[in-house]
Design a protein around this ligand. Structure first.
Ligand SMILES: [Zn+2]
Ligand SMILES: [Zn+2]
Length: 295
């Protein structure tokens, strides 16, 4: 996002207050699910969805453990009952696509009693061996990212970018989810690495292929505002928003919050931007069903 777009916090019509991408202490979020709900309720939210980072075949700092899944589901159910007179609560997961053997389409995830599923790529396996030491994380610190590009991608930002979009494309083909999470997350660290550009065909073409497949399959794309206020970054990047509209891709606006006071962070600003670009509707779960809602 260029710096002429200055996203200041602004007042907002609470009618659109909801969030379906959020983390808690079940994964790398900084507070309990109930704490997040308290902020959502005080912010007059209509609905709130939990989307912990899914369990993986190995333990990480970010992801929840498979052994905690029953407790996660039970806690979400308890909160649904406790606060049902105040807010609609949904149980989701942000599920990692690792490879064709571990992703949202596998029976483990399909069989979980979830209200919705977000699919994201954070890790690029170096081989079919799904261990933590065999993963390149694209969403950690820039230093770690740059080291991985140097070590595993011959210092070529183009190679890791192509690899990333291959993974996103395979995730879209495999299915098993409702929402595509931050589809161009690679640019968060990628744009700091020498040689990166969004203007080259090697960047645009694989991303375009993903957007075409998204449109064809009818997935919802989230407009992820986690970095909007702090870093002036939106996922998808602001330059792709007109294209999403032109391709009739349904969108929703999620804060991807890890801290309770950030449940609505960047959402009013993103809605303002979307409206200025001619978007008229957003997707929301209303009484358990996906509905098109006027902005
Ligand atoms: Zn994510
Ligand atoms: Zn997330």
């Amino acid at each position: 996002m260029n710096n002429t777009n200055n996203f200041q916090r602004s007042a907002f019509n609470s009618r659109l207050n909801s969030n379906f991408h959020s983390h808690s202490t079940f994964c790398d979020g900084r507070s309990s699910p109930e704490d997040f709900l308290k902020f959502a309720i005080s912010g007059k939210f209509r609905a709130y969805g939990f989307s912990s980072h899914s369990p993986l075949p190995f333990e990480t700092f970010w992801n929840m453990s498979a052994v905690d899944m029953p407790e996660y589901l039970t806690e979400c159910d308890r909160l649904k009952k406790k606060y049902e007179h105040l807010i609609e609560i949904y149980t989701g997961l942000e599920i990692d696509y690792l490879d064709e053997t571990y992703n949202p389409s596998i029976p483990y995830f399909r069989e979980l009693p979830l209200d919705y599923r977000i699919a994201s790529v954070h890790f690029l396996p170096l081989s079919g061996n799904l261990t933590e030491s065999n993963m390149v994380c694209i969403d950690g610190s820039y230093e770690e990212f740059a080291r991985s590009v140097d070590l595993h991608y011959e210092g070529d930002i183009r190679k890791i970018t192509e690899r990333y979009y291959q993974s996103v494309y395979a995730m879209l083909e495999a299915g098993g989810f409702d929402i595509v999470g931050h589809p161009d997350k690679i640019y968060q660290n990628g744009h700091l690495y020498p040689g990166f550009t969004m203007d080259a065909d090697w960047y645009r073409e694989p991303l375009m292929a993903c957007l075409e497949l998204i449109a064809q399959k009818g997935y919802i794309v989230e407009i992820n505002t986690k970095n909007l206020i702090r870093k002036q970054q939106l996922f998808p990047h602001v330059r792709y928003l007109p294209l999403l509209k032109k391709m009739h891709i349904p969108v929703m606006v999620n804060s991807d919050c890890h801290y309770p006071d950030l449940v609505n962070d960047g959402r009013p600003e993103a809605f303002k931007l979307l409206k200025n670009l001619g978007f008229r509707t957003t997707m929301e779960l209303i009484k358990g069903e996906w509905k098109v809602k006027e902005m």
